[in-house]
Ligand binder design. Structure first.
Ligand SMILES: *[C@@H]1O[C@H](CO)[C@@H](O)[C@H](O)[C@H]1NC(C)=O
Ligand SMILES: *[C@@H]1O[C@H](CO)[C@@H](O)[C@H](O)[C@H]1NC(C)=O
Length: 282
């Protein structure tokens, strides 16, 4: 494994993520995830209680929390995208981290990027929501907002960034995606552009996507995640016990168990890239 042939082998054949509907145990809540390429989802409640939030929108990112200083910087045009970049180009291996609905400014995502860079990668976090992250603005419900943020289109916009990274001397490029970014990463895994992909608590990913994956892909799921629940996720997948959706990038920093789970997910992602992103010797 790890040679060129290994890199192009599809490692996950059958993955069952979000198919049609997940019925919560109590039966009073139905979350329906439509298999329509990510155009939208709906929350239905049959009880008079207010509908619980969609798991992707629970524990929203705290955009103002103190990050203790970022190691990287924002560049305004890298392959046509604004990006947070961190690490050294001489690392020769690049990782693109794709955000969830809360966008590339999320402090915890930038911390993850800095840590991955520290472990030996040149890391770019593109502004693929184009400065328009999801906010809890009632005037603009999620169903409306998501219509203007297709992950499939975002994957297309990422291709020039990958080209720019290669032009800057990167031997190989991996992609790590969270939630919405998981779908972006899966779209890129269907091309020859990337050598390894890791998706954490993915959203909008369907079983047919997996049939087209061309590079080694690792899926990190949470046992409590109803968006990509463990009973629907098989093969080369790691399920973190007691972990909700969002556990890898929107964890509760005051909760030692949540912090440990997020750190483990990050370490697993880096191990995957260590294994499959090779430096081609000059
Ligand atoms: C977000 O982080 C800031 C700075 O640490 C803190 O003052 C604030 O209470 C946090 N907000 C929420 C909703 O947790
Ligand atoms: C975060 O974890 C702390 C410690 O377990 C807990 O007191 C707090 O309520 C949690 N915050 C949220 C938003 O769940």
């Amino acid at each position: 494994m790890g040679d060129a042939a290994g890199n192009t082998r599809m490692l996950v054949r059958y993955l069952f993520v979000v198919l049609a509907a997940v019925v919560a145990a109590a039966g009073r809540l139905v979350l329906a995830e439509e298999n329509n390429g990510g155009a939208g989802w709906h929350v239905y409640s049959t009880s008079p209680e207010p509908a619980p939030k969609h798991p992707c929108l629970e524990n929203p990112t705290n955009m103002t929390e103190n990050t203790g200083g970022e190691a990287g910087e924002v560049v305004h045009d890298y392959g046509g995208l604004q990006c947070y970049v961190t690490g050294y180009r001489r690392s020769r291996r690049a990782v693109i981290l794709v955000s969830d609905y809360y966008g590339f400014r999320a402090p915890k995502l930038r911390k993850i990027a800095d840590k991955v860079a520290y472990l030996g990668y040149y890391v770019a976090v593109p502004n693929l929501l184009l400065g328009d992250p999801y906010t809890d603005d009632p005037a603009r419900p999620f169903e409306e907002w998501i219509k203007t943020h297709s992950p499939v289109e975002a994957a297309e916009k990422t291709k020039p960034l990958i080209a720019a990274l290669k032009k800057d001397g990167m031997s190989s490029v991996g992609v790590g995606g969270y939630c919405w970014g998981g779908k972006v990463a899966v779209e890129l895994s269907k091309t020859e552009e990337t050598k390894a992909v890791v998706i954490s608590h993915p959203a909008l990913v369907v079983v047919d996507d997996m049939k087209e994956v061309k590079c080694p892909i690792e899926i990190l799921g949470g046992a409590l995640d109803t968006i990509s629940p463990p009973q629907l996720v098989h093969h080369l997948v790691k399920i973190f016990p007691d972990a909700p959706h969002g556990f890898a990038c929107r964890y509760n920093a005051s909760d030692p168990f949540a912090v440990k789970t997020a750190e483990e997910a990050r370490a697993d992602m880096v191990k995957w890239f260590d294994k499959y992103l090779k430096i081609i010797k000059w």
